[in-house]
Design a binder for this molecule. Structure first.
Ligand code: ADP
Ligand code: MG
Length: 212
């Protein structure tokens, strides 16, 4: 059932104080933006959704993906993709090696995997970049590779933790459009957290504000 991402009366507490309280639904292909200043709990919210919440926090409520309650599942079984502010490409792997890391194990055979990587590079305008060292890429190119690595893993939802904020103004709009377009094409529910009004406006979806 393609219901998307549902946060059912989610509450995150720290030392008895409620830091984030959220009730939300993100349909497939839609973007929900959660806005809040630095320290308001945005990254913590995404950690709760991916199953990587620090034990210092207490979580209540439920996280549903396409109708499945994933609240108690370990991170790797949730199949949720996340992009961070820092691109976090593996520096010891080539661009192609980074993309290979995202490929699902179900895609078998060296030739098939290599072909999928070439196609992925074409899709992001980086044809022939498979053997490049990530260190030789521009910020915008790294961001595109990181996006593709995340999408190749066939996630059921995409979380964005201020992934555009380190890019310069010119690249920023382009990368943002690419991320939203690809997510829409794959019918992914997208949850964007940011402190930036421009990102929120560009997402074209609903915006929820967290208190400081
Ligand atoms: P944001 O992403 O909105 O900037 P964070 O989610 O990173 O905010 O942090 C929210 C608050 O939780 C901050 O006050 C931060 O210091 C605190 N915090 C983050 N991680 C931990 C942790 N592991 N233990 C205790 N407090 C934490
Ligand atoms: Mg943060």
């Amino acid at each position: 059932m393609a219901d998307g991402l549902r946060l059912d009366t989610l509450e995150i507490r720290l030392g008895g104080r409620v830091m984030v309280a959220l009730d939300a639904h993100v349909a497939p292909g839609e973007v929900l933006t959660v806005m809040g200043p630095s320290g308001s709990g945005k990254s913590t919210l995404l950690a709760a959704i991916t199953g990587a919440l620090d034990p210092a926090f207490a979580l209540s409520g439920r996280i549903l993906l396409d109708g499945e309650d994933v609240t108690a599942l370990p991170t790797e079984r949730r199949r949720i993709g996340i992009l961070f502010q820092d691109e976090l490409l593996f520096p010891h792997l080539s661009v192609g090696g980074n993309l290979a890391f995202g490929l699902p194990p179900s895609l078998r055979g060296r030739a098939a995997r290599r072909a999928r990587i070439e196609r992925a590079l074409q899709e992001i305008g980086l044809e022939g970049f498979a053997r490049r060292d990530p260190a030789t890429l521009s910020g915008g190119q790294k961001a595109r590779v990181a996006l593709m690595r995340t999408l190749l893993a066939e996630p059921r939802a995409l979380l964005l933790d201020e992934p555009f904020s380190r890019l310069d103004a010119a690249r920023r709009g382009q990368v943002r459009e690419l991320v939203f377009a690809r997510a829409k094409a794959q019918r992914l529910p997208v949850l964007l957290v940011t402190h930036d009004r421009e990102d929120a406006a560009a997402s074209g979806g609903a915006v929820i504000e967290l208190d400081a």
